[in-house]
Design a protein around this ligand. Sequence first.
Ligand SMILES: CC(C)(COP(=O)(O)OP(=O)(O)OC[C@H]1O[C@@H](n2cnc3c(N)ncnc32)[C@H](O)[C@@H]1OP(=O)(O)O)[C@@H](O)C(=O)NCCC(=O)NCCS
Length: 166
Amino acid sequence: MYIKSERFIITDLTMDMCNDYQKNSLDDDNRRFVPDEVCETLEDAEKTLKWLIGSYSTSSGPFVYPIITNENINIGYVQACPLGEEFEIGYHIAQKYTGNGFATEAVKVFLPVIMEMLQIDKIYGIVLEENIASHKVLEKNGFKLIFKGIDKYQGKDRELRKYIFE
Ligand SMILES: CC(C)(COP(=O)(O)OP(=O)(O)OC[C@H]1O[C@@H](n2cnc3c(N)ncnc32)[C@H](O)[C@@H]1OP(=O)(O)O)[C@@H](O)C(=O)NCCC(=O)NCCS
């Protein structure tokens, strides 16, 4: 994976990113909205990265790619994760760097590349109702709302939205 955008690149994970990956994952918003993507310790991050790097050579992923700024700062990631036979988009931007349009720009450049790579013509976005910033990221990228209500989210019944991009 190599996508060059104006302010950053999106590329493959490597094991030397464990520290940044772990530190970024501890954000309040990550704990609140995607608690299963938090790595409490460096050992957790090492295990996770090893698994994610191994997943690049599978057909179902998850396919997780770090976002590295032109200043060489690891500010988060974009990803495509399996959703049954289909795929769901995901992203995280470290709290210090949010509010600058990074997630919106990353999703914009990632979508055509990942859809071509996975040979898919649609991808879903599943977001908690209270995660307004994430609704905006999807809506600004042309995702359409297809469900709003209570459904399972990380094993629990939660108020959420489902979006589709096709
Ligand atoms: C969601 C997330 C990726 C957004 O990253 P970001 O780089 O700040 O996103 P952008 O700057 O591209 O866009 C965010 C939009 O939401 C808006 N926003 C941010 N917080 C908001 C809030 N609490 N209420 C309303 N709008 C909000 C911003 O103003 C911006 O909209 P605008 O361009 O119209 O001003 C980031 O907050 C994050 O990583 N959260 C934790 C992980 C997560 O929730 N991932 C998604 C799971 S579905």
